[in-house]
Design a protein around this ligand. Structure first.
Ligand SMILES: [Zn+2]
Length: 69
């Protein structure tokens, strides 16, 4: 059930952006709530033209997790 993905990145619990494990604050939403328990990597280059970005509520280009808990 739990497919462990790379722990070199952590996801922001608020906006799901993936950050290096040493990051202290999310550059996207300024949150400091992170989780290493994430799955599904999405790289968004063009949030306005991406269906996935709309579904996930992504407004800035970057790497995001689909699931983050
Ligand atoms: Zn964030």
């Amino acid at each position: 059930m739990s497919k462990r993905t790379s722990s070199r990145f952590k996801c922001c619990l608020k906006c799901k952006m993936l950050l290096p494990s040493q990051a202290n604050v999310c550059p996207n939403c300024k949150s400091s709530d992170f989780s290493f328990d994430w799955s599904g990597l999405v790289i968004v280059f063009d949030p306005e033209g991406s269906v996935i970005a709309k579904i996930l509520n992504i407004t800035k280009p970057g790497k995001y997790a689909i699931k983050c808990r």
